[in-house]
Design a protein around this ligand. Sequence first.
Ligand SMILES: [Zn+2]
Length: 66
Amino acid sequence: MAGVIPTDPQEEAAQGRVALWLTPEDLGWLARHCCCPEDASPEEKDRCGRLRFRASTALHKHGRSD
Ligand SMILES: [Zn+2]
């Protein structure tokens, strides 16, 4: 699927990331939810975009049959 980057648990751990277990419903909410105020800093918008991207990636991964 274009645009979806598969995540490798070992690679993620090597980058200092930890797994976050959420229901598909929560992931879906997170993927769509932007709560940045009008005057959010670029860092805030960056983090928000990153979180939503990761949530949608996890959601797509969950939806795969393998
Ligand atoms: Zn936001």
